[in-house]
Design a protein around this ligand. Structure first.
Ligand code: ADP
Length: 572
């Protein structure tokens, strides 16, 4: 099973192994930084041994050098030999004792005892090889680097170092004690400095470690929270990196993927997945599929696709939002799949119902209008005419309303597309509004290029232009003007209808494209209309992959702008 395939619409190998289904967020586990062994993951014994090893090895190296020099009188001294035995014994103890079971303070035993072999060796060679005093640095660094009880670590380091350098005075191996003291008194001072800086370093590293631990704990907590949220959501969610590899995928999305598999197949290459346009039969080419587009950095909302076949086909609304890194470069994408099957079914049912009822109403209405019109023509009795007049007018109003309803249903249906000159189309709309504009004393101006070819449904687009121009004329007071403009803007065509009419408030503009909405002012002024024209116009333009926007100021005028792609592509 390859539940991630629907997402891997990148051209790369689609047969990569799927992430474990129980694990939405893929966390990369690291054994250590940059491939190094993490010291804290070792056992206490190994760590103790590693901490002791530098001193032991250094003493062995010094001894070898003494043999090579050669100074048998030095390394064959019994004190020197005891020092060697002592350090080796401590090394064995470091590796052998069960440190995990002993209190933490017990781990200081080894570095504290390390002062003894150093003192024995120093007693033998210290007066001649002052550099051997550097052996003190090992237990001092160990004590202070541990980060525990820093003051005690520094005090013990300095006292231990001072005692070590004083041993030759006690044993009487120094011919000139005064001269000796002057020479070696810097050693405890240097060890104090070393202990202090080592302790400061250890504390700062300890603080960093605690901060990192805290950050990791809260990251893990957030991961758990995110997992729960993602698993609870009934919306399919996928996050990919910049190369299209899945980083996050929730189980709703894995279920979605199952729906796209052909019947009886557990897994399928991307090209075989059943992903269709909203008509339910046109297969979406792989390069146009939402995830492929998302992985290429596109951002879109509500791209409707159908998954699967037949009665089990499901409608999904897909949205994608790219993620950017700190340099503003594409760094991956979030794709969300929302199941809108119930909603699209409900809309289809509603449209069917509206279409049926509108049809049923149209037939008797046409007959009422026809007969009352005939009555008005043939009847000479003014009383009968006065009665038949309102019947005819109201019948016609009702018919306009029913036509509007039919239109609003039809508008959602597929639009065709053919090569059309938008300038010719707009001029025809302006011409047909001219009579009404003249009688309303509104100037009708055009600002159009010579030609503006576009692939549109000429009937539906003319319906949009007619509606916007007739609205502009209808809602402009005598003496005002209406201007129709059109232009090409890159891959799009834009035309707008601007008037100097009554305008609208921002609140009114927000409801403008809702079925049956009419502004308060227009309703009170009893300007005839149904409140359907703009809703229909917008769904027609959207069916062309475009949109209508409005800018308006109450009392000053309005501008409606229609924008769509001129190549007829329905980009969402
Ligand atoms: P109708 O014009 O039949 O009422 P529409 O859907 O075309 O229906 O318009 C809805 C409402 O929007 C109108 O009733 C009117 O209040 C407002 N409207 C539309 N066009 C304009 C315009 N150009 N200027 C001011 N108001 C407008």
């Amino acid at each position: 099973m390859r539940p991630t395939a629907i997402l891997r619409e990148r051209a790369a190998d689609v047969h990569e192994p799927a992430p474990h289904p129980d694990r939405i967020i893929q966390v990369q586990e690291v054994a250590g930084v940059d491939g190094l062994v993490d010291f804290h993951t070792l056992t206490a014994r190994v760590r103790m041994l590693l901490a002791q090893a530098p001193l032991t090895l250094t003493i062995l190296v010094i001894t070898t050098l003494l043999i090579l020099v050669p100074r048998p009188d030095l390394y064959s001294d019994p004190m020197y030999s005891w020092g060697m035995v002592c350090v080796l014994l401590l090394t064995v103890l470091a590796a052998a004792l069960p440190w995990e079971r002993l209190p933490l303070q017990a781990r200081w035993t080894i570095p504290l005892l390390d002062f003894i072999p150093v003192a024995l060796i120093w007693n033998v060679v210290g007066t001649e090889l002052y550099g051997v005093s550097m052996l003190l640095a090992f237990p001092v660094a160990w004590l202070t680097w541990s980060g525990r009880r820093p003051v005690w670590a520094i005090v013990l380091s300095v006292v231990g170092s001072a005692l070590v350098v004083c041993v030759p005075l006690v044993t009487g191996t120094v011919p000139d004690p005064r001269q000796y003291m002057l020479t070696v008194m810097t050693v405890p001072v240097m060890m104090f400095a070393l202990a202090l800086s080592s302790s400061v370093q250890a504390r700062s590293m300890d603080r960093q470690r605690r901060q990192i631990e805290h950050a990791l704990t809260s990251a893990a907590q957030q991961n758990r929270m995110l997992n729960t949220v993602l698993e609870t959501a009934d919306t399919g969610i996928v996050v990919t990196d910049r190369h299209g590899n899945d980083l996050i995928m929730n189980s709703a999305q894995r279920r979605t993927h199952q729906m796209a598999l052909p019947a009886g197949v557990d897994d399928a290459p991307e090209a075989d997945l059943l992903i269709y346009e909203p008509d339910g039969t046109t297969v979406i080419p792989p390069e146009d599929r939402p995830v492929r587009r998302a992985v290429q950095g596109e951002s879109f909302t509500s791209r409707l696709v159908l998954l699967g076949e037949g009665a089990s086909q499901q409608a999904l609304s897909v949205s994608a939002q790219p993620m950017m890194d700190e340099n503003g470069d594409f760094d991956g994408t979030v794709v969300v799949f929302h199941d809108v099957t119930d909603m699209t079914d409900a809309v289809r049912l509603r449209e069917q119902f509206m279409a049926n009822i509108s049809h049923e109403l149209r037939t008797p209405l046409t007959s009422i209008i026809g007969y009352s019109d005939l009555l008005m023509e043939i009847e000479s009795d003014p009383q009968v005419k006065a009665l038949a007049g309102p019947v005819l007018r109201n019948g016609e109003r009702l018919l306009t309303l029913v036509d509007g309803l039919l239109d609003s249903v039809a508008s959602a249906a597929e639009v065709t597309s053919e090569q059309t000159d938008m300038v010719t189309l707009l001029r025809l709309s302006v011409e047909s509004a001219q009579l009404r504009a003249d009688s309303a004393q509104v100037r009708l101006n055009t600002d159009l290029p010579a030609t503006l070819p576009a692939r549109v449904d000429p009937v539906k687009m003319a319906q949009v232009a007619d509606n916007l121009i007739s609205n502009a004329v209808k809602y402009t007071l005598p003496g005002g003007a209406v201007t129709v403009r059109a232009r090409q803007d890159g891959p799009c065509v834009e035309f707008d209808v601007e008037d100097t009419g009554i305008g609208m408030t921002p609140a009114e503009q927000s409801k403008l494209f809702t079925n049956f909405y009419r502004t308060e002012h227009v309703r009170r002024a009893a300007i005839p209309g149904t409140g359907l024209g703009l809703a229909i116009s917008r769904s027609l333009v959207r069916a062309h992959g475009g949109d209508i926007t409005v800018e308006s100021r109450a009392g000053e005028g309005s501008r409606f702008t229609v924008r769509f792609r001129r190549d007829g592509q329905l980009k969402v």
